[in-house]
Design a protein around this ligand. Structure first.
Ligand SMILES: Nc1ncnc2c1ncn2[C@@H]1O[C@H](COP(=O)(O)OP(=O)(O)OP(=O)(O)O)[C@@H](O)[C@H]1O
Ligand SMILES: [Mg+2]
Length: 495
């Protein structure tokens, strides 16, 4: 156990940590904060929800001179929502030191953003596309940046963002500090990363599994056409406080959302095709418990920290084991418990085993709940409401009417009627979700292999000029343009 005191953190930040209720440093914080404060480049890997944001935020803030109204810290994050969230957390941590952090991302008014950048924030959190836009227009001054962080580094280096990241880093002096964080870091991506940095220290918080152990992981083997009914049955029985349902495509997200709404659930969808305003409002409703089920593509898989998410459903199993880790990591955060339930079609069983192998975790088989069980679940929810009302003990004025009722009917019938009225009976409208191709291991495996190869091709293609771990980022692949093969063409919609 390490206290923040032992980490030589300045008073104003100690105060912020206290206000935020952080008592002890998490292992990734304890290990990386000192290294980063000494000025090292750091690659930090630790499970989801274990406080990586503060692990890079604190040392970055410690370096900032608050009297200088110049950008001294830069964080790059893959999605807009994550950029906003990270900026909020760094703002909370840096408030006492008088440090201002802003977020900058696509879909936002350009002129307003330019004005905000000129206004003297010391830290900027940005998505790659919009950041590059500002760099090209010279509307961001990168000359005073001391620390650059790539949050969810593997995701950004992996997908189409790699060229963007290299271009971004070209705008910052090569001898400045670079920090890279993620819960997952496939080896080939780590090699690419190492090449962009100055002899980084690598910290990997040791864990038996890639996933967090306080998440209960289950799978349900089920034909595609039964997935939706199984989902609604499950939601009725387990009545999650907040649930996130991940689906493979934007179209399926829309269809599942419509279907859930038809059946009376408070559900909303989020994906890259929605306007920024809509994305924000959906997420806010979910955070404020005005929506119970968030249906999402992988745009919501990385980094989002929403307290109270009790259940994560993989309506469709993700292609990459890494995506699985991040998706289910939206629950079970900061030591809380969580449930993850993945729907696997019979033809995808081999893929499930691949995920288990890579993540070194096991999913327990669950039988699909029946409609009768779901009805029973709904009644239980109604009975709970009744119990709570009884516990309040303010029923005196209802006693007379209740007694009259019991003269006409027996008590079981009377209570059954009350339960029926309280039960949220679902409209059992048929819902059709358009079919999806099952994921096959072969395809998934190939994609993993390609990932490695394309990374290699790009960076080690010309070994004479510096392979991985051979020095600073200017010697490596950073200044060369290559044809990184985009693995998925629909994966770059977020900045
Ligand atoms: N030392 C601490 N003590 C208590 N809570 C903490 C501490 N550090 C961070 N937290 C809280 O834990 C939650 C998860 O932190 P954070 O979002 O940084 O996790 P993460 O490791 O970045 O996860 P992910 O891999 O999903 O991005 C946040 O709500 C954060 O405020
Ligand atoms: Mg994070």
């Amino acid at each position: 156990m390490t206290t923040f005191n032992e980490l030589n953190i300045s008073q104003p930040i100690m105060k912020a940590l206290e206000n935020m209720g952080f008592e002890e440093a998490t292992p990734i914080q304890a290990e990386t904060i000192p290294l980063a404060m000494e000025g090292n480049d750091v690659i930090g890997q630790a499970q989801t929800g274990t406080g990586k944001t503060a692990a890079f935020g604190i040392p970055m803030l410690e370096k900032v001179d608050a009297s200088q109204k110049k950008i001294q810290g830069l964080v790059v994050a893959p999605t807009r929502e994550l950029a906003i969230q990270v900026a909020e957390e760094i703002n909370r941590l840096g408030k006492g030191k008088g440090i201002r952090t802003i977020s900058v991302f696509g879909g936002q008014h350009m002129e307003r953003q330019i004005k905000a950048l000129k206004d003297g924030p010391q830290i900027v959190v940005a998505t790659p596309g919009r950041l590059l836009d500002h760099m090209r227009r010279k509307t961001i001054n990168t000359g005073n940046i001391e620390t650059t962080v790539l949050d969810e580094a593997d995701e950004m280096l992996n997908m189409g963002f790699i060229d963007d990241i290299r271009d971004i880093l070209k705008n910052i002096p090569a001898d400045k500090q670079t920090l890279l964080f993620s819960a997952t870091m496939p080896k080939e991506i780590r090699d690419i990363a190492t090449n962009l940095m100055n002899t980084p220290k690598e910290v990997k918080v040791k864990a038996k599994e890639m996933t967090v152990e306080n998440i209960d992981q289950h799978f349900i083997e089920i034909p595609e056409k039964h997935k939706f009914d199984t989902l609604t049955n499950h939601l009725d029985i387990y009545a999650p406080t907040l649930a996130i349902v991940f689906a493979r495509t934007k179209k399926r997200v829309d269809e599942i959302t419509d279907g859930l709404q038809t059946r009376g659930f408070r559900a909303e969808g989020i994906h890259g095709d929605l306007t920024q305003g809509k994305r924000m409002s959906v997420l806010n409703k979910f955070k404020n418990n005005r929506v119970d089920v968030l249906v999402a593509t992988d745009v919501a898989a990385r980094g989002l920290d929403i307290s109270g998410v009790t259940h994560v459903y993989n309506f469709d199993i993700p292609q990459d084991p890494e995506s699985y880790v991040h998706r289910i990591g939206r629950t079970g955060r900061a030591g809380r418990a969580g449930e993850a339930i993945s729907f696997i079609t019979p033809r995808e069983m081999a893929h499930l085993h691949l995920i288990e192998k890579v993540t070194k975790s096991k999913m327990k088989r669950m039988v699909p709940p029946t409609y009768q069980e779901a009805r029973r679940g709904q009644q239980q929810a109604a009975a709970d409401k009744l119990r709570k009302t009884i516990d309040k003990k303010d029923l005196q004025e209802y006693h007379e009417t209740a007694s009259e009722l019991l003269q006409d009917y027996d008590s079981v019938t009377a209570v059954a009627a009350a339960l029926k009225m309280l039960t949220k009976e679902r409209r059992n409208a048929p819902v059709n979700i358009s079919s999806a191709q099952p994921i096959s291991v072969k395809k998934a495996q190939r994609s993993r292999d390609n990932k490695g190869r394309s990374g290699n091709k790009k960076f080690y293609g010309n070994r004479g000029q510096g392979g991985p771990k051979q020095g600073g980022r200017n010697q490596g692949g950073r200044n060369r343009k290559g044809n990184y093969q985009k693995r998925r063409n629909n994966r770059k919609p977020n900045s």
